[in-house]
Design a protein around this ligand. Structure first.
Ligand SMILES: Cc1ncc(COP(=O)(O)O)c(C=O)c1O
Length: 326
């Protein structure tokens, strides 16, 4: 993935060209990771582009900011409008969206009290995070030698910039050792999560996943998948997961905004189940895609439409689709 430098960025209330969206090298966040961010996806639906679960993502952004004393100088509605504006200005029909709020430049004392709070929103088209073939083939995962930080160290439920140094170490280590993704354990040796994903196991037709007591970020994809799975009639058990649980699972998959629902086929060279995408994982992928694309009307309230009167037949669009009334 490379950035297209002709794109537009929303920065502190203005939409600016990509190259103009700059931060000073003395920014507090650059030195100490003192920021919080979100990752959302915008999907194509028959009613135009729509951001999946924007309300939950913005709620988590404000909650993350609260942990670090970052007073976001915009309301929830203003940020929702700003996200839509960013996507529209770039004329994207589907993309990844990255709002970030951070302490800017005004001194480098650790207490950022005097630093301005800056808010930026980036958007770019981003395909399958772990590669297009991961969606069907599944990924090969390794247990990281790094432990997931505990909530006594940093709030694990907040999406804080600095915390991602932990994920970065694990992801780099996995890649250096020839794996697709890292799995981090918590401080008691149970499974926490992937470097940027939550984990689900399938055993005897039931789904299992862990929660914040295992030092995970409570993913919005995770909560959506739990709801969809229960609607499909699956039992979902939420409890601590051990490596043995994973090794003996019939199937396993990651969830996250970036990876959506991605099968795991191997753990440190050992096959999970039969070593390929299992039927429950595939069903969850399909059901999740039906929700994000608006095809499953039960989840229509999870979609924040960009433009109420959007038409796919708009001049200049590559594909013309008939507008569907909602
Ligand atoms: C560490 C970590 N865990 C889990 C997730 C999944 O969260 P979500 O489904 O809200 O994207 C992410 C992605 O943001 C993450 O970075």
């Amino acid at each position: 993935m490379t950035f297209d430098k002709t794109n537009w960025v929303w920065m502190n209330g203005d939409v600016v060209p990509w190259n103009g969206a700059t931060v000073h090298v003395s920014a507090h966040a650059l030195h100490y990771g003192s920021g919080v961010f979100e990752g959302m996806r915008c999907y194509e639906t028959e009613n135009g582009p729509a951001v999946f679960r924007m309300d939950r993502h913005l709620e988590r952004l404000f909650a993350s900011a609260e942990w670090y004393g970052i007073r976001i100088p915009y309301s929830n509605d203003e940020l929702a409008d700003a996200v839509c504006e960013t996507i529209r200005r770039n004329d994207f029909t589907s993309c990844y969206v990255r709002p970030i709020c951070y302490f800017g430049s005004s001194g480098l004392a650790l207490n950022p009290r005097q630093c301005p709070i800056e808010v930026t929103i980036l958007a770019w088209p981003w395909g399958a995070y772990l590669g297009e073939e991961s969606v069907e083939r599944g990924v090969r995962v390794t247990v990281a030698s790094w432990t997931k930080f505990h909530s006594r160290m940093l709030p694990t439920v907040a999406k804080g910039c600095g915390g991602y140094m932990n994920s970065m170490l694990a992801a780099r280590e996995a890649a250096d050792n020839g794996f697709d993704e890292a799995l981090l354990l918590d401080d008691s040796g149970n499974i926490a999560e992937g470097s940027g994903e939550n984990l689900f196991l399938v055993r005897d037709g039931r789904l299992l996943t862990n929660d914040e007591s295992s030092s995970i970020l409570l993913g919005i994809t995770r909560e959506s998948v739990i709801e969809i799975a229960r609607d499909l009639g699956y039992e979902v058990e939420i409890r601590m997961l051990s490596l043995d649980d994973l090794r003996s699972a019939d199937e396993a998959f990651f969830t996250g905004t970036a990876v959506e629902v991605t099968p795991i086929r191997e753990l440190d060279g050992n096959l999970i189940g039969v070593g390929k995408r299992g039927p429950v994982t595939e069903r969850m992928q399909r059901a999740f895609a039906a929700a994000t694309s608006g095809r499953d009307k039960r989840y229509a309230t999870w979609l924040h439409l960009l433009t109420p009167n959007f038409s796919w037949a708009r001049p200049g669009r590559a594909r013309a689709r008939p507008p569907t009334p909602h």
